[in-house]
Design a protein around this ligand. Structure first.
Ligand SMILES: *Cc1c(COP(=O)(O)O)cnc(C)c1O
Length: 489
C-alpha cells in the first residue's frame, strides 16, 4: 500500500511513499500530510469472521489489509503492548450507561488516557524502523497534557530514538505534569515553557520546518520526526478500536451484525474521529459520526455551517483541555477524502493565510451526510458528569462532551458508542467539583474525595507519582527551546 499527499505534489517529494517513509517523515508537499492511496475494503465476511476475535487478532488482520511495509514480528511485538492494559483479554471495555448509550473506554493503558491506544504500538514500530535503517531519530512532541506522557512512556529506553517533549508550564493537571517530569530514562527530555499550549505547538512546528535546525541535527547524524496525530502511524492504530467496539456490541447482544450505530467522539485534533471515518469507509455499519467539542467549537461551526473561521477566535481554557484546539490537523484528511487534493490545498492555504475557509453548499451537504456536531459548555459537562454518576458511571470531562452530542445530534434512536478518552484520575479537580461542589482542590485532594464519594481506590500508578523524584526540571522561555534541545542531544 502506498501513501499519497493531501495537498498534491510539489515535484520535489516522491509522488507516492511507503508506510514507513510516511511515518518517519510525516510532512508532505506544500505542508500537506500523508493518506493511504486507497482504503482497503474489509468485506461483509470480515466482521462476521471476527465476532469472537480478541483485540490483537482483530488488529493484526486490519493492519494486514493495509499491506504496510512492516515485518510481521514487529507488528506482533507492537500489538503485544496491549497485554499491559488493565485486562489483556479486553483492553477496550465497553460499558452500558443507559438505554442505547454505551461507552467504549480507551484509557486502560499505562498513562490513563486514550493516546496510549496508538502511541504504545507506534513506539515499537518507529524505533524498530530506525534500528533497521541504522538511523537515529529525534521525536518531537508538544502536549496539552496527554500526548506527552504517552509519548515518553512508549519511547523510554528504546534504541535509536530520543524524545523532546514540550509542555506549557502551569497548563496541565498535576497528574499530567508529574507523569512527565518524573520520567528518568536518558533518551527523554521534558521541557516546560513559559506560555500556553499554542506556544508549545507553534515552537514545535517552527522547529519541524526549520532548515537550520535540521542542518544542526544532521551534523549529529539525527533525523527529525513528530509523534502527533499528523503522523499516519498513529491513525492506523485508531481505526481498530472502532471496529472492536462495534463487535463488542454484537457480542453483548445489543445489536445484530449489520445494524447501524452512531459513533460519538470527543474531538480535538480529529484523530479519533478520523479513525471512525476510515473504519466506516472500510465497511463498518455506521449511521453517522457525532463530533463533540467544548467551547472551542470550530468543528461544530464547520459541520453545521460549512465555515472554518478562526478570525475572531482565540483558544479558551476549558475543563476538557485536551480539546482546547483551534487548528484541528486531521480535518485535512477528511477534506482530501471528500473533495480531492486540489481543493484541499486551496482550503488549507486559505486557512493558513486568512484564518478562514468556506465550503460550498454541495460540499457541506456531503460533510453533513457523515457528521453531526455540537459543543458542550463546562457547566453542562459537570451536569452530565453528575448525572452519569447517579447512574453509577464515573467519567471525565472530555467524555462528558459526548453525552451532550448524544442528546442533541441524533435523528434516529440507534445504539450509540461514545468514546471515553481519559480516566477520572487525570482530571480529578473538575470531577470532584461536579460531584461534591468543592472548588480549587489540588489533584491529590480531589482524587481522595472522588475515591471516597465513589467508594473506589486511587490506582497505585497515580498514587506513586506523588512520591517519585522529579528528574526533569527544565522550564524555559520559548526562544531558548532550540538551544536546550541541541544541548540535550
Ligand atoms: C487527545 C485527546 C482528545 C482529542 O482527541 P483527537 O484525536 O485529538 O480528536 C480527547 N480527549 C482526551 C482525554 C485526549 O487526550
Amino acid at each position: 500500500m502506498n501513501f499519497i499527499e493531501t495537498r498534491g505534489n510539489d515535484g520535489e517529494h516522491s509522488l507516492k511513499v511507503s508506510f514507513s517513509s510516511a511515518i518517519l517523515a510525516p510532512i508532505a508537499s506544500f505542508g500537506g500530510i500523508y493518506v493511504p492511496e486507497v482504503l482497503p475494503q474489509l468485506g461483509a465476511d470480515f466482521l462476521q469472521k471476527h465476532v469472537d476475535s480478541g483485540y490483537k487478532t482483530l488488529a493484526k488482520n486490519v493492519l494486514e489489509a493495509f499491506e504496510i511495509d512492516i515485518d510481521s514480528q514487529v507488528i506482533e511485538e507492537a500489538l503485544s503492548l496491549y497485554d499491559h492494559f488493565d485486562d489483556p483479554s479486553n483492553p477496550v471495555p465497553l460499558e452500558k450507561v443507559k438505554d442505547d448509550l454505551y461507552v467504549s473506554e480507551l484509557y486502560h493503558g499505562p498513562t490513563r488516557a486514550f493516546k496510549d491506544m496508538a502511541l504504545q504500538p507506534f513506539g515499537v514500530v518507529l524505533s524498530s524502523l530506525a534500528q533497521k535503517r541504522n538511523e537515529n531519530y529525534l521525536i518531537m512532541a508538544a502536549t496539552s497534557g496527554d500526548t506527552g506522557p504517552a509519548a515518553l512512556e512508549t519511547f523510554k529506553n528504546r534504541t535509536n530514538v530520543q524524545v523532546a517533549c514540550l509542555y506549557p508550564d502551569g497548563g496541565t493537571s498535576d497528574v499530567q505534569r508529574l507523569q512527565m517530569v518524573t520520567e528518568d530514562a536518558e533518551n527523554l527530555k521534558v521541557i516546560g515553557i513559559h506560555g500556553d499550549f499554542d506556544d508549545a505547538q507553534n515552537a514545535l512546528k517552527r522547529l519541524l520546518g526549520s532548515a537550520t535546525f535540521k542542518a544542526k541535527l544532521k551534523e549529529k547524524n539525527i533525523h527529525l520526526s513528530a509523534a502527533n496525530s499528523v503522523n499516519f502511524g498513529r491513525i492506523i492504530f485508531q481505526l481498530i478500536y472502532h471496529i472492536y467496539s462495534y463487535l463488542e456490541l454484537v457480542r453483548k447482544g445489543a445489536i445484530s451484525l449489520g445494524d447501524k450505530v452512531y459513533l460519538d467522539v470527543p474531538s480535538g485534533n480529529f484523530g479519533n474521529a478520523l479513525g471512525g471515518y476510515y473504519a466506516m469507509k472500510m465497511g463498518l455499519p455506521v449511521e453517522k459520526i457525532l463530533i463533540a467539542s467544548n467551547k472551542n467549537n470550530v468543528l461544530t461551526q464547520l459541520i453545521n455551517r460549512g465555515e472554518y473561521d478562526l478570525r475572531k477566535m482565540s483558544v479558551i481554557s476549558t475543563s476538557s483541555p485536551a480539546m482546547d484546539i483551534l487548528k484541528s490537523s486531521n480535518v485535512e484528511r477528511i477534506l482530501f477524502d471528500m473533495f480531492g487534493a486540489q481543493r484541499t490545498k486551496e482550503l488549507m492555504e486559505n486557512l493558513d493565510n486568512d484564518n478562514h475557509y468556506e465550503l460550498n453548499s454541495e460540499e457541506l451537504t456531503r460533510l453533513q451526510s457523515i457528521f453531526s456536531a455540537d459543543f458542550c459548555e463546562d457547566e453542562e459537562g459537570r451536569q452530565y458528569i453528575k448525572e452519569a454518576f447517579t447512574r453509577g458511571y464515573l467519567m471525565d470531562p472530555h467524555t462528558a462532551t459526548c453525552f451532550k452530542a448524544y442528546d442533541t445530534c441524533r435523528d434516529k434512536s440507534l445504539t450509540t458508542i461514545a468514546y471515553s478518552t481519559a480516566e477520572w484520575t487525570k482530571f480529578s479537580p473538575t470531577i470532584a467539583n461536579a460531584l461534591t461542589g468543592e472548588h480549587d482542590a489540588s489533584d491529590i485532594d480531589a482524587l481522595k474525595s472522588i475515591a471516597k464519594e465513589a467508594n473506589i481506590s486511587i490506582p497505585d500508578i497515580i498514587n506513586e507519582l506523588f512520591e517519585k523524584e522529579i528528574t526533569q526540571k527544565t522550564v524555559i522561555d520559548k526562544q531558548d527551546i532550540e538551544k536546550e534541545i541541541l544541548a540535550f542531544l
